[in-house]
Design a protein around this ligand. Structure first.
Ligand code: MLC
Ligand code: AMP
Length: 458
C-alpha cells in the first residue's frame, strides 16, 4: 500500500502486513485496508483542525472510518451511542464541543498531514459516574497503543488471527479492542453487527470477544457454542463472567475462556494469558507496565483496586476536579472495584463494586444517579431510587423504585429509553408509597435490594 508517514496506533494501515481484500467486515460489508484508508482520509480532510468531532457510532464501516480518520488527523473522535435519546446526545455534544460529521464510506481522499503526536487525545468516550451525567474520558494514542500491544502479547494476538465480535462501537471493548486492536495487530476483523450466538457461530474466527451476557447466551445455545470449538481463544470482559457460564463454555467448546479486566479510564489492565492457567472467577495478572495494589483495611485481604501505568486516561474532559478525585494522594488511580490478589501467583479476583450506585448491565456501565434524574424529570414522579438487581442474563438489571402518580411502569421505561438511551432503561419499575431513607434523607438502597421494607409504608 502507498502510505506516507506513520499512521498513529494503526500499524496495519502503515502497510506492514500488505493489503488484504477482506481486512475488515462490519455487519455484512467488507473493505480492504486500502479502501478503509481512503475513506478515513476523506474523514481526516473534513475534520482536520477541529477541536473534536462526533458521529452516531452505529456498527458500521462508517464508524470505523471515523475512528481511523480522527487518528490520522490528530482530532479526537467522540462516538455517539446510536440508541441515545435527545437529552444524552445533547449532553455529550455540549460537554465535548464536538461538531457532528456525516461519513460516507464510498468517498476517498489522498489527504495527508503531519502524523498526530502520541500524547494527543485520540478518543473521548462518555461513561457514567455514580451521580450526574456521563463524563468524557480522554484517551491518548499512546495509551491506546500501549494497551493494544500489551494485549497482543497476552493473547498471542497476531495478523494470523480472525477476530470476531458484535459489540457496540462507542465503548472501549468494541471500539478500542475490537476495531483498533485489529488494525494494530493486522488480524482480520469480522464484526457481526449484533452479538448473537448464531452470528458468532457463522463467522469462523480464531479469536472471539464478548461481554458475559453474550457468552451466557452462547452457552445456552449448544449448537452455536459447538461451532466455536475451532477457535483459538475466547475472551470475556466488561463484567464478571459467572462460573457456570465458564464451565458450560468449556464443556461445549473445549476452550477455557480467558477473562480480562478494565475500565474506560484505564483501558484493559489485568488479564489471563493465552496458553496460561485460567481459573473461573479470576481475571489474571497485571499486563506489562501496569502496577496494581489493594487498598485494604489492616488485616483485610480485599479492598479497592488501585493502579498506575501507561494505559491510563489523560483526564475527564473539562473536569480537573473529578480527575483529581479519581486519584489517591500518591498518584494511583482509584478503580472503585473491590478486588483480592492471590498471594502465591498474583492472580486478581474482582469481588464487587465499592458503590451500590454503579450498575453494570449487559456490560454497560450505568450510574443510578443519571437514571434517577431522568425519572424525576417526568412530571408524574416525585421520588426515585434505582438499583442493580442480580440478573442471570444481564449480570445486573436496572430496577427503578418510584413514588409516582398518573403514569405506568411501561411509560416510565419508555421515557428513560427515549431521553437517555435504550440500554439505560429500567427493566422493571416498582411503585412504592415512599422510598426508605436514613436519618440524613439518603435512600437506603440495601433495603430495596433485599426487600426488607414495606413498599406501602408512607
Ligand atoms: C426494548 N427495546 C426498546 C425498548 N424496550 N427500545 C425502545 N424503548 C423501549 N422501551 C428494544 C431495543 O431497541 C432493541 O432493539 C431491543 O429491544 C433489545 O434491547 P437491548 O437492551 O439492546 O438488548 P439486550 O438483548 O438486552 O442487549 C444485550 C447485549 C447488550 C449484550 C447485546 O447489552 C450489549 O451490546 N452489551 C455490550 C456492552 C458493552 O460493549 N460494554 C463495554 C463497555 S467498555 P433492536 O432492534 O436494536 O434489537 C468496558 C471496559 C471493558 O466495560 O472492560 O471492556
Ligand atoms: P466501563 O467503564 O464501562 O469500562 O466499566 C468498567 C467496569 O467494568 C469496571 O470498573 C468493573 O467494575 C467492570 N469490569 C470490567 N471487566 C470486568 C471483569 N472481567 N470482571 C468484573 N468486572 C469487570
Amino acid at each position: 500500500m502507498n502510505t506516507e508517514g506513520d499512521v498513529t496506533v494503526l500499524t496495519a494501515l502503515d502497510g506492514v502486513y500488505g493489503d488484504r481484500k477482506d481486512a475488515i467486515s462490519v455487519a455484512g460489508r467488507t473493505a480492504s485496508y486500502e479502501e478503509l484508508l481512503g475513506a478515513a482520509r476523506a474523514v481526516a480532510a473534513d475534520v482536520a483542525g477541529a477541536k473534536s468531532f462526533a458521529m452516531t457510532a452505529t456498527a458500521s464501516l462508517e464508524t470505523v472510518a471515523a475512528a481511523v480518520g480522527g487518528l490520522l488527523a490528530g482530532v479526537p473522535f467522540v462516538p455517539l451511542p446510536p440508541d441515545a435519546g435527545p437529552a444524552e446526545r445533547e449532553h455529550v455534544l455540549r460537554d465535548s464541543g464536538a461538531e457532528v460529521v456525516e461519513v460516507d464510506f464510498a468517498r476517498r481522499s489522498g489527504w495527508t498531514g503531519p502524523a498526530a503526536a502520541p500524547e494527543d487525545p485520540a478518543l473521548v468516550l462518555y461513561t457514567s459516574g455514580t451521580t450526574g451525567a456521563p463524563k468524557g474520558v480522554v484517551l491518548t494514542g499512546a495509551a491506546l497503543a500501549a494497551d493494544l500491544d500489551a494485549l497482543a502479547g497476552a493473547w498471542q494476538w497476531s495478523a494470523e488471527d480472525t477476530l470476531v465480535h458484535g459489540l457496540p462501537l462507542f465503548h472501549v471493548h468494541g471500539l478500542v479492542l475490537g476495531v483498533l486492536g485489529a488494525l494494530r495487530t493486522g488480524s482480520r476483523l469480522v464484526h457481526t453487527g449484533r452479538p448473537t450466538p448464531g452470528a458468532y457461530a457463522e463467522a469462523g474466527g480464531s479469536l472471539y470477544f464478548g461481554v458475559p451476557t453474550v457468552w451466557s447466551r452462547i452457552a445456552a445455545d449448544p449448537e452455536a457454542a459447538g461451532a466455536l470449538s475451532a477457535a483459538r481463544l475466547l475472551v470475556s470482559g466488561s463484567a464478571a463472567l459467572p462460573a457456570p457460564v465458564f464451565r458450560d463454555l468449556e464443556r461445549l467448546t473445549g476452550l477455557r475462556p480467558v477473562e480480562r479486566y478494565g475500565m474506560t479510564e484505564t483501558l484493559i489492565t489485568v488479564s489471563g494469558r493465552a496458553g496460561g492457567e485460567v481459573r473461573p472467577g479470576t481475571v489474571g495478572t497485571p499486563l506489562p507496565g501496569i502496577r496494581t495494589r489493594i487498598a485494604a483495611e489492616p488485616g483485610a485481604e480485599i479492598g479497592e483496586l488501585q493502579l498506575t501505568g501507561p494505559t491510563l486516561f489523560a483526564g475527564y474532559l473539562g473536569r480537573p476536579e473529578a480527575t483529581a478525585a479519581a486519584y489517591t494522594e500518591d498518584g494511583w488511580f482509584r478503580t472503585g472495584d473491590i478486588a483480592a490478589v492471590d498471594e502465591v501467583d498474583g492472580v486478581h479476583r474482582i469481588v464487587g463494586r465499592a458503590s451500590i450506585d454503579m450498575i453494570k448491565t449487559g456490560g454497560y456501565r450505568v450510574g443510578a444517579g443519571e437514571i434517577e434524574n431522568a425519572l424525576l424529570d417526568h412530571p408524574g414522579v416525585s421520588e426515585a431510587a434505582v438499583v442493580g438487581v442480580p440478573d442471570a442474563d444481564l449480570g445486573q438489571r436496572i430496577v427503578a423504585f418510584v413514588v409516582a402518580a398518573g403514569v405506568t411502569g411501561a411509560e416510565l421505561t419508555d421515557f428513560v429509553a427515549a431521553h437517555l438511551s435504550v440500554h439505560k432503561r429500567p427493566r422493571e419499575v416498582r411503585f412504592v408509597a415512599a422510598i426508605p431513607r436514613n436519618a440524613m434523607g439518603k435512600p437506603q438502597k440495601k433495603l430495596l435490594l433485599t426487600g426488607e421494607y414495606d413498599p406501602q409504608a408512607g
